[in-house]
Design a protein around this ligand. Structure first.
Ligand code: CTP
Length: 447
């Protein structure tokens, strides 16, 4: 019996897939079809797949062409499968010519003609009207956001707004071919949703104006600097049935999500201690060091460490104390100790003090170690007393990571989902409340 194997995502199954499977089947007597898992696609940067793995398997099954369907879940699996299933022929469409020649060592490799004029990508874009997005602010974050947005389907950046920096605005709009606005009302009229990448202190009023104009909002961290403001804005979004999401790239990246799930699943027992550090040495006339613009380590850096703590230990901390070194009115270093009834945690942040930026989660059975820069999570290790049980997890963290938050934002809008389990509104509010306590000098000891 001649066994043939082929692989694909098979999203929104189309005639091109059916032709390919028909041709593949004709190459032998038994056809095995490998369908990518959702995780595998996400990890290889394919963020826009519409059908989940069960729907895609069902669609392939309904063609009646596959004798066996398997799930492709990791790099290198093709070699394993070819040997395991004693495959004679590996085949795939001609868009991959040359890419799988390395499999010739294990079986015959045949590239079949690809059907012209149809693809899942085309179908995905044909049946959706792009969400029109406007960017508020044209500085460093906005410039990182633009190339990232190209990796997310169903969204088009059409406008930019900056009432303060005219030259920056016109440079930005010509660089990215978007329309520039100095008038907020007109800018908001031109879009369905906004991404706010302006200085911290402007977030509150921009979010409010955008929500009042019925626009969905993705806002950079920290979303605002007061719990009352955060609560007010999330309620406003809820009452108008709009998405308001804090743009936390770590919260939305695949590795961090998996890490949280593994720990919550009991891999290291009960979590007793979380320590998270993040330092970024900066100097000069920067917003980060300007007290007038809410600069300082806590406002700039605390979000990601607090995200880990709140995700793992919850919202109900019992007390907090801060130890900070101030220079020119901003904390260039802060250690925060956040205690819970049955656990402790700490954050160590530095804009003017350098430290190792890692994350350690300690539990009753073992601990998780995430090396610096843990907030761009692409690797972590679960470690035990018996080192033979240690397990390393590898992922990719693509680009600047902003694509992950944007993809979640667009998915929330499309599916009328007002909250994201990756960063719930209550979690965002608690993170803000910790930053606010510091800004209100509650339990802050100066070093
Ligand atoms: N295929 C084909 N003709 C097409 C589209 C896909 O022969 N018009 C083949 C691919 O070469 C591959 C298989 O179908 O062997 C599964 O491809 P997949 O990546 O799932 O489909 P695409 O439509 O190419 O998906 P996307 O646009 O998301 O890349």
């Amino acid at each position: 019996m001649k066994k043939v194997i082929t692989y694909g995502t098979y999203d929104l199954l189309h005639q091109g897939h059916i032709n390919l499977l028909t041709r593949a089947k004709a190459l032998g007597d038994y056809l095995i079809v490998g369908v990518t898992s959702d995780n595998f696609d996400r990890n290889r940067g394919k963020l826009n797949v519409r059908n989940n793995v069960l729907e895609r398997i069902e669609a392939v099954k309904n063609t009646g062409l596959a004798d066996e369907i398997i799930i492709e879940d990791y790099d290198g699996q093709k070699i394993d499968d070819i040997q395991k299933y004693e495959v004679d022929v590996f085949t795939v469409g001609s868009d991959w010519v040359g890419k799988f020649d390395y499999l010739q060592e294990f079986c015959e490799v045949i590239y079949l003609p690809r059907t012209e004029g149809v693809s899942s990508t085309m179908l995905r874009s044909a049946d959706t009207i792009n969400i029109k997005l406007g960017v508020i602010g044209t500085g460093r974050m906005a410039n990182r956001f633009m190339p990232e947005s190209k990796h997310v389907s169903g969204v088009e950046i059409v406008s930019a707004y900056n009432p303060i920096d005219k030259i920056g605005l016109s440079d930005f709009s010509s660089r990215y071919d978007v329309k520039d606005f100095e008038n907020l009302e007109k800018f908001l009229e031109s879009v369905d949703a906004v991404y706010i990448a302006s200085p911290h202190l402007s977030h509150y009023s921009y979010i409010k104006s955008a929500l009042e104009a019925n626009k969905h909002v993705l806002c950079e961290i920290p979303i605002v600097l007061s719990k009352a403001e955060a609560e007010e804005l999330y309620s406003l979004a809820e009452s108008r049935h709009l998405v308001l999401l804090e743009a936390s790239k770590t919260a939305h990246c695949p590795a961090f999500n998996h890490l949280i799930n593994i720990v919550k699943g009991g891999a290291i027992g009960t979590v007793i201690d979380v320590t998270a550090s993040l330092s970024k040495l900066v100097s000069g006339e920067l917003r980060e060091l300007d007290p007038q613009q809410a600069g300082g380590s806590m406002t700039e850096l605390a979000h990601f460490p607090l995200l880990s703590i709140v995700k793992l230990l919850g919202k109900d901390f019992t007390d907090i104390s801060f130890f900070s070194k101030f220079e020119n009115g901003v904390d260039i270093f802060t250690r925060g100790i956040i205690n819970y009834e049955h656990a402790v945690s700490s954050i160590t942040l530095g804009l003017g003090v350098k430290t190792e930026g890692n994350l350690v989660i300690s539990g009753t059975k073992g601990y998780v170690y995430v090396p610096a820069p843990w907030w761009l999570t692409d690797f972590f290790e679960v470690r035990y007393e018996n080192q033979n049980l240690n397990k390393k997890y590898f992922y990719s963290f693509d680009g600047d990571g902003l694509r992950y938050e944007l993809q979640e934002f667009i998915s929330m809008i499309r599916n009328n989902r007002l909250t994201s389990h990756r960063l719930r509104r209550e979690e965002s509010i608690v993170i803000v409340s910790v930053i606010e306590k510091f800004l209100n000098s509650e339990n802050v000891k100066q070093l």
